[in-house]
Ligand binder design. Structure first.
Ligand SMILES: NC(=O)c1ccc[n+]([C@@H]2O[C@H](COP(=O)([O-])OP(=O)(O)OC[C@H]3O[C@@H](n4cnc5c(N)ncnc54)[C@H](O)[C@@H]3O)[C@@H](O)[C@H]2O)c1
Length: 380
């Protein structure tokens, strides 16, 4: 009874992230999926809804119908929150409609197509008083939260240099452009928005670096490439960064780096020490403090901060990963919704909110502008 009732837009047959969202949302028993418009095609939406055991009357043809009909249900039955897991171009219109109907929103990134759309969304979030969460998955990893905590505790001193890389190889194959569902819309400006590679994965890298360092990016100088001929959007990006405290950074994002799977890694150098973390080995954080030997910190160990331990489910050595990180976002978002049910002010924990969404879109726009202006520095 106490579970948060959520609905989903997108995540139909063969979809990537909708399926992950559903598993993650179910992991801790804090949420229950009660309805959905899982595809723009009603038959496909029904297929997915039936597989998930959704009541037939709550499998909808589209988001408008879903919001109208859910709104008409008694309060104790009605969906409270919607997860938006469609391609990028639909995020803003669905989120706006959801807020207008009084639903909280948990949205995939990048939040919108443009900065303007995102600012409009920000106004709607503020006016509605509803919660907005953005699915920056990597902030759900315990060792990322530990890294951020240690930086806040001054373990490495003042951050001076950041090297963040997010390399994949799956878009090196030109045949994917038409044949692969996920590639197809990511390379189409009408559906992906400003960017392919920077929006899809560079956005995670920038966000991760800001979260760990506790510093916002204020300037960028970018060189974007459409390495595979004929593409309208970037499949490779190199970006110099400046953070608000003056620290310098380098961001590499690439989807044409053959052999790379999901290689997100970060190194942060302070004036007293440094740390490093990588997503393909997520339960380890390496930290160098002053003249001490390197420490290898591990997920689940009692020496971690409470905020990191709260995100661990298993004892040390029992690996947790991507699904659990996503589940941590869902759990924190669900707890915020429950807090708001009691009319208390809710914290989203390590889940990004609407301000982060707007800031992320500003970084993306600045990267595009920098590249278009012949690789010049652009202020955020
Ligand atoms: N946070 C992450 O780590 C992460 C990872 C992958 C993708 N994403 C984001 O998730 C979103 C979806 O990406 P994906 O790879 O799952 O795409 P996908 O193509 O695999 O799935 C998109 C789904 O949306 C459905 N859809 C499209 N239009 C719709 C409509 N009008 N109504 C209802 N459903 C509709 C499609 O039928 C499909 O089922 C994107 O914004 C992407 O950037 C985030």
């Amino acid at each position: 009874m106490n579970k948060v009732r959520f609905g989903m837009i997108g995540g139909g047959p063969g979809a990537f992230i909708g399926h992950i969202h559903r598993i993650a949302a179910a992991l801790d028993g804090e949420l229950t999926l009660v309805c959905g418009a899982f595809s723009q095609n009603l038959e496909k939406s029904i297929t997915t809804g039936q597989q998930l055991g959704i009541h037939p009357e709550r499998i909808y043809a589209n988001y408008s119908e879903m919001f109208e009909r859910e709104n008409a249900l008694p309060e104790e039955e009605r969906m409270e929150c919607v997860a938006i897991v469609t391609p990028n171009h639909l995020h803003a219109e669905i989120a706006l409609a959801a807020l207008q109907h009084g639903f909280h929103v948990f949205c995939e990134k990048p939040a919108t197509r443009t900065v303007e759309e995102c600012e409009q969304l920000q106004n709607a979030v503020t006016t509605s008083g509803k919660l907005f969460g953005l699915a920056h998955t990597y902030l759900g990893y315990p060792m990322v939260v530990e890294a951020s905590t240690r930086v806040k505790q001054n373990a490495i001193g003042t951050v001076q240099k950041v090297v963040v890389e997010y390399s994949q190889g799956w878009l090196a194959d030109i045949n994917f452009d038409q044949d692969n569902k996920q590639a197809n819309w990511r390379l189409d400006p009408a559906r992906a928005g400003l960017s392919c590679c920077m929006g899809d994965i560079g956005s995670h890298a920038a966000n991760l670096s800001e979260f760990i360092c506790g510093e916002k990016i204020t300037q960028v100088l970018a060189d974007l490439g459409s390495v595979v001929p004929g593409r309208q959007l970037d499949d490779d990006a190199s970006v110099f960064l400046r953070y608000e405290n003056g620290a310098r950074g380098v961001l590499i994002a690439s989807q044409i780096s053959i052999g790379e799977e999901n290689n997100l890694r970060i190194k942060v150098y302070g004036d007293k020490g440094s740390l490093s973390w990588q997503q393909q080995e997520p339960n380890t954080l390496t930290i160098y403090e002053g003249q001490h030997a390197a420490q290898v910190l591990r997920a689940g160990q009692g020496y971690l901060s409470t905020s990191a331990l709260d995100l661990c489910r298993t004892p040390p050595g029992h690996p947790e990963g991507y699904i659990e990180a996503f589940a941590n976002l869902y759990r924190q978002f669900a707890l915020a919704i429950k807090t708001q049910r009691e009319a208390d002010k809710a914290s989203l924990g390590s889940v990004c909110g609407i301000e982060d969404a707007v800031h992320g879109m500003k970084i993306l726009q600045a990267v595009i502008d920098s590249n278009a202006a012949g690789n010049t520095w652009q202020r955020i």
